[in-house]
Ligand binder design. Structure first.
Ligand code: PMP
Length: 417
């Protein structure tokens, strides 16, 4: 008889479930599928030639070092470059306060490892980035879930939750810009209020900012890190959405003493991020390509966002609502609240359109009627056709439910309101 693997896993893995995204992302690979599910940047925009030259140059001039082990904190010139680049956005730091990670996903894992004991409370937005929940789940966090609206996390609700001093969260996990999945942006007054709460209650903020540079309209808002006078904010950055996710290079900015402890975790996890890739990435950046590249991406993504908003307006009937993100890669579509977006996905896939159901982003895993739509990795034509297919499926579901035939979502109306 084979082993009962489930029984042998560590407690924390028995407690957590398999990734809710695995299957959904695989749908994207089926023929003729229009996938509005993944969070992929537009592959046709990757600066492939710049990377080819950079790798060539590094291997031609520095192969002995570039192919060797290196230090856990990351390649110093790349850290210096990032310190300098972030100072343009008002974030003051030094190379000693910056650690290179394997994407910001590793930053989430390292921070969770350092701050979360089994049962620790983490403040998260509801809905929340699924990879953040996965990282915290691995360390058996419990959540204080704060609902979001078009101005991001409803900080008043957090204030109310903290008022009697009974809760002692270890971290506040915040995505202030073009949040994944909702697309919402934390307003300036709420940014101030959140920092004030962090200072008053002495709770660190983990600011996750992969999309800050991908703003298509409206005024740029300062990061929490740049507004923080007391050093409470740990900031996560990444090249994934502004250059390419396949290189897996991100960074953490935090007080030096925190970085030193994160380094212990980094060493335990993978010793260091690829020496070769860090050097090639630095070569690409050194040539000043990044700003021009981001400037090229913005109008492409803006057109795709506009195509999605237009298609939703023209095609979706009453009862559905959606966010209008000023940047980033996603928007959040709220179907009439009896529709179970998990159950509807099978029909959507049969109709050859894929999305991520809202339950993936729910801190409690609760099923709901929302879906996340990505607009960066499909052309405007594909987006229009994808929304048409989605509309067909959603109207069929609404009709079935109206006739009392379909499996209606059992909603907690207090939450759905
Ligand atoms: N945080 C958020 C909010 C994200 O959307 C993503 C990627 N989808 C990540 C972190 C992870 O990004 P990376 O590729 O840098 O690991």
């Amino acid at each position: 008889m084979g082993l009962d693997w489930q029984e042998l896993y560590a407690e924390r893995f028995r407690f957590s479930q398999e990734s809710p995204l695995g299957n959904v992302l695989r749908y994207g690979e089926l023929p003729d599928m229009i996938s509005l599910a993944g969070g992929y940047p537009a592959a046709e925009l990757f600066p492939a030639e710049a990377f080819r030259e950079a790798f060539d140059r590094v291997l031609a001039t520095d192969a002995k070092v570039a192919l060797q082990y290196s230090s856990a904190e990351g390649y110093l010139p790349l850290r210096e470059y990032l310190v300098d680049r972030m100072s343009r956005f008002g974030i003051k730091s030094s190379p000693e306060e910056l650690l290179i990670t394997h994407g910001s996903q590793q930053g989430l894992d390292l921070v969770a490892r350092l701050f979360v004991d089994p049962g620790s409370l983490v403040v998260v937005e509801d809905p929340c980035y699924v990879g953040g929940l996965q990282a915290f789940n691995s360390y058996e966090a419990r959540y204080v879930a704060i609902p979001t609206d078009e101005e991001g996390m409803q900080v008043d609700r957090l204030e109310a939750a903290l008022v009697d001093g009974q809760l002692h969260p270890r971290l506040i996990y915040a995505l202030p810009n073009f949040q994944n999945p909702s697309g919402s942006t934390l307003s300036l007054s709420r940014r101030r209020q959140l920092l004030e709460l962090s200072h008053r209650h002495r709770i660190p903020i983990l600011e996750d900012d992969p999309y800050g540079e991908l703003r298509y309209e409206g005024k740029k808002l300062p990061s929490l890190k740049s507004m923080d006078s007391e050093g409470n904010v740990i900031y996560l950055g990444t090249f994934s959405k502004i250059l390419a996710p396949g290189i897996r290079v991100g960074w953490v900015v935090a007080p030096e003493q925190v970085i030193r402890r994160l380094l212990d975790g980094k060493q335990a996890a993978d010793l260091h991020t690829s020496t070769l890739v860090q050097r090639a990435t630095y070569e690409v950046c050194r040539q000043g390509l990044l700003d021009g590249h981001v400037a090229k991406m913005r109008p492409v993504y803006r057109r795709r966002r506009d195509a999605m908003l237009r298609a939703l307006t023209e095609q979706f009937g009453s009862g559905a609502r959606w966010s209008r993100p000023e940047g980033g890669l996603f928007l959040w579509l709220q179907l009439p609240h009896v529709v179970d977006s998990d159950a509807m996905l099978q029909d959507a896939v049969a109709e050859k359109v894929a999305y991520v159901p809202g339950s993936a982003f729910s801190p409690s895993g609760e099923k709901n009627s929302a879906i996340r739509l990505n607009f960066s990795s499909s052309t405007p034509e594909q987006i229009e056709e994808g929304v048409r297919r989605l509309t067909r499926v959603a109207s069929r579901w609404q009709e079935k439910l109206a006739e009392g035939k379909g499996p209606a979502l059992r909603v907690n109306l207090a939450r759905a309101a």
